[in-house]
Ligand binder design. Structure first.
Ligand SMILES: [Zn+2]
Length: 286
């Protein structure tokens, strides 16, 4: 069935409209939307990596939640904005405009269903800007809608204890951390015999990139033929399991905090005498 890594009782599409209407506290029920991509991840990983990781982490987080916290996962978004991987077959991409419209329209549907807390757990590093734009647009249309556009790896996790300094600094795609997590989540799809090490050159400007990561727009083929940017070779399933558990615990905590969050919208802002104490350029203050 469709629920994937989620406990079936926490998978929103399994509810009928009637069951959704009868939920006791829709406004404080957290709806979690995993967003991934379908794009090349080197010769050793499947194109579904970002979707598997986002959906897998969300599913394990929901499984770790106490029953007292109401939260449901939506079906993941499996296509994203992946133009930087277009030169490799298997990459399926939406344009930024299409993805922005998709996020907006799904967000509107979540709001229309009576929910007021939407958490986006995005697993693809090429599209956080789109998630942030959609979240802001939804917020501007609905002052009582709390939309959190986040990244799967943003919460505390233990991956750092396994990664080399070079990997922490330069790996961007299909490297050690993603490979370890895939060995835990979907081992049958990982082919370590095809894994190779491939790092990008350090970006030569210290001002534009103090840590040396490529600071210009890039396409995966800029870094060679494998599609890997990092070193997947040291990854193991045991590391992946530990990383998965740490991510799931952190996301369960984040979902609990979002459920408990009461962030009252401010009254309609007014622009007028007495409301603004700053200095306006070109006008005498006071
Ligand atoms: Zn990825």
């Amino acid at each position: 069935m469709l629920h994937g890594y989620n406990p079936p009782q926490r998978f929103l599409p399994y509810l009928s409209w009637r069951e959704i209407v009868e939920l006791p506290d829709r406004a404080n029920t957290v709806i979690v939307l995993p967003t991934g991509a379908t794009e090349q991840h080197g010769p050793h990983l499947p194109c579904a990596v970002d979707t598997v990781i986002a959906a897998g982490v969300v599913g394990h987080a929901l499984a770790a939640l106490p029953a007292s916290v109401p939260a449901y996962a939506m079906a993941p978004i499996t296509y994203g904005k992946s133009e930087e991987h277009l030169n490799f077959p298997g990459t399926m991409t939406l344009s930024g405009e299409t993805l922005l419209a998709t996020m907006n329209e799904i967000g509107e549907s979540v709001y229309r269903a009576g929910f007021r807390k939407l958490l986006i757990v995005n697993g693809h590093g090429g599209q956080p800007q789109v998630m942030e734009m959609a979240a802001r647009e939804l917020r501007l249309r609905h002052g009582d809608f709390i939309v959190v556009p986040s990244f799967t790896w943003r919460v505390p996790h233990v991956a750092g204890q396994y990664l080399s300094e070079r990997e922490k600094k330069l790996a961007m795609h299909a490297g050690h951390a993603e490979t370890a997590l895939m060995l835990a989540l979907a081992p049958d799809t990982v082919h370590m015999a095809h894994a190779v090490t491939n790092y990008p050159p350090e970006f030569p400007s210290r001002l534009l990139s103090p840590d040396g990561r490529p600071a210009c727009a890039w396409s995966a083929r800029d870094f060679g033929p494998s599609g890997i940017i990092g070193d997947p070779l040291p990854a193991t399933a045991e590391q992946g399991q530990a990383i998965l558990e740490s991510l799931a615990q952190s996301w369960a905590q984040a979902i609990t905090e979002l459920h408990e969050l009461h962030w009252a919208p401010r009254a309609e802002a007014t622009w007028g005498r007495g409301q603004f104490s700053g200095h306006v350029e070109g006008r005498a203050p006071g």
